[in-house]
Ligand binder design. Structure first.
Ligand SMILES: [Fe+2]
Length: 382
């Protein structure tokens, strides 16, 4: 019996890509292609694959690599016509190619007839290499070991998860699988901004530099002028690397632009314990996005009626619930620099996959939490 083997080879200019591929959903092709296809396309695509499997046309689908510079996507079909029909239905090949080529990929495809015995040999070889099997028909008589399943599968059916999957109203902390932030380049430019441009925030006891405001001016008035209808603009202090990163990886799921500040905490300094929203907004979803450019993420803690709960360590951007009382103690010998994205953004309809998440246990909220609200609170939040 002969089958049809369709194999696509992906080579990336980014030498870290294939290493990240096996544990980081943001390195997955689906994720890299998220701009080229809509959310509903990915649902259709997942359905087409699953239908092809139920019709017993698609007999094997796996990704694997032999060398550290290229990934293969292999599919074995019962006939060449079945493979072709599938491609005609999903019609993604041209857009897939151009989108990935723009991101520094080289792609090539091969099609060949393959015998039953050669298929078995081919599959056994893949099993010796780093691999993910999405499906393998039992006719080949090769049982998949437990580790052959895709550990990220639940997270990457689509490149995003929706509010319900993310349980966003229950998040205390969630780090996001997003590509690495060019922290060094951004920091270099931030450190070159004159000290006079920074402003002292008495409530949080921290130095702040506005990077995006409702008017694009880096002034205290602009920072305080929060309008949900405002079109937000980067200030002169926003490094181009940061702007590009947000364009590529943040605004697409955040949907609305928002105030962006960078906070600088001196070594040994403590950010006053506080709540980031008004008493009126306390029961709404109040997420904030954070990126620590220099320093530790585990210096941030959430206040409970028991011991404080410290944030996990992560290099990734992360979400926190700004309505839960929190503080930060910079116990490192260096200034801590944190990018903060807050109001008017408070939640999204779609989120990137989570790396680690801590969900809220409301029974841990301190009884006297109201004392952490900004005493001067009127209309503004951060
Ligand atoms: Fe805060």
């Amino acid at each position: 019996m002969n089958y049809h083997l369709h194999q696509i080879e992906f080579i990336s200019q980014d030498s870290t890509w294939l290493d990240r591929y096996w544990q980081d959903p943001s390195a997955r092709l689906t994720y890299l292609l998220r701009h080229a296809f809509s959310h509903s396309f990915w649902e259709f695509y997942a359905q087409e694959i699953s239908d092809s499997i139920s019709r017993q046309e698609l007999l094997m689908r796996s990704k694997w690599n032999r060398t550290s510079d290229r990934l293969y996507l292999s599919q074995i079909w019962t006939t060449e016509a079945a493979a072709q029909n599938y491609q005609d239905r999903i019609q993604m090949q041209a857009r897939l190619r151009s989108s990935l080529e723009k991101q520094g990929f080289q792609i090539s495809e091969t099609n060949q007839h393959i015998t039953h015995d050669a298929t078995q040999e081919y599959i056994r070889e893949i099993l010796q290499l780093p691999h993910i099997f999405q499906f393998l028909d039992q006719r080949f008589g090769i049982p998949l070991p437990n580790l052959a399943g895709d550990p990220l599968k639940r997270k990457i059916v689509t490149p995003y998860q929706n509010r319900q999957q993310a349980r966003d109203h229950e998040i205390l902390f969630a780090s996001l699988f997003l590509p690495p932030v060019p922290k060094k380049e951004i920091l270099k430019k931030i450190k070159a901004v004159p000290a006079s441009a920074w402003m002292w925030d008495d409530y949080r006891q921290v130095d702040m530099l506005p990077l995006m405001t409702s008017s694009g001016h880096p002034t205290r008035e602009a920072v305080n002028s929060q309008r949900s209808t405002a079109s937000y603009r980067w200030t002169e202090h926003a490094p181009s690397e940061l702007i590009n990163y947000f364009d590529q990886h943040i605004w697409d799921w955040m949907e609305t632009q928002s105030r962006v500040m960078i906070l600088k905490t001196k070594p040994g300094a403590r950010n006053q314990e506080h709540i980031d929203c008004s008493p009126a907004d306390f029961h709404e979803t109040q997420l904030k996005l954070r990126i620590v450019l220099q320093g530790q993420t585990d210096s941030l803690y959430f206040i409970t009626h028991q011991k404080p709960l410290f944030s996990p360590k992560t290099e990734k951007p992360y979400l926190i619930d700004g309505s839960w009382p929190h503080g930060m103690l910079n116990n490192s010998p260096e200034d801590k620099y944190t990018i903060c994205v807050g109001a008017p953004w408070t939640y999204s309809n779609l989120y990137p996959p989570f790396e680690a998440a801590i969900y809220k246990d409301k029974t841990l909220l301190p009884q006297d939490y109201e004392r952490y609200f900004d005493q001067k609170y009127r209309r503004h939040s951060s």
